[in-house]
Design a binder for this molecule. Structure first.
Ligand SMILES: [Zn+2]
Length: 181
């Protein structure tokens, strides 16, 4: 590829292929595969590869990936964008009968948003021991006096969702050390 002016910047070439889950089995792994594919889309525009979808009654009502860089908005996490989309789509901010699938355990902000939107269920892939607030670093959703209980499950399709994040950060570190600009 050397000398090819069409070659995109290294950061935009995602080494991960999109998954093609069977349409016949609509289980947690199926919806998480769709979230993973959004993470691949995020990498391709040089955003941190985290994707999220929201499912309701077997239908995807929201799909988003991290957009912090592009929108220069620290709140533009995949989960936040998906929650806003879902509420608009169903015309109700209460998402009790919805499930959020996200490739990384929600951070403090997004964990809070799952509680405030009364999401019925949150399924995440990789548990984040540093920033995860649904069982990893702490468990916001398990605060004893909360009126709403979010059911949270981790570990679904963990390997690819964790690998794409690690590879992205490794690539960033490599680029930053080899290119001082
Ligand atoms: Zn977040």
């Amino acid at each position: 590829m050397e000398g090819d002016s069409q070659t995109p910047r290294p950061g935009l070439t995602c080494p991960f292929e999109k998954l093609r889950p069977s349409q016949l089995v609509r289980d947690d792994a199926f919806y998480m595969a769709l979230a993973f594919n959004l993470a691949v889309d995020a990498w391709r525009i040089d955003e941190v590869p985290i994707g999220a979808v929201i499912e309701r009654g077997g239908e995807i009502i929201a799909a988003a990936h991290n957009e912090v860089e592009r929108s220069n908005d620290p709140t533009a996490h995949a989960e936040m964008l998906a929650i806003t989309q879902a509420a608009h789509k169903i015309g109700d901010w209460r998402l009790n009968d919805c499930t959020l699938y996200v490739t990384k355990e929600p951070c403090p902000m997004c964990s809070g948003a799952t509680i405030m939107s009364r999401l019925g269920r949150v399924v995440y892939a990789w548990g984040d021991p540093k920033m995860g607030c649904m069982g990893g670093a702490t468990a916001l959703h398990a605060l004893p006096k909360l009126n709403h209980r979010v059911n949270a499950v981790g570990g679904v399709l963990e390997a690819p969702c964790k690998e794409i994040l690690q590879a992205y950060f490794n690539m960033k570190r490599g680029r930053e050390t080899s290119d001082p600009a």
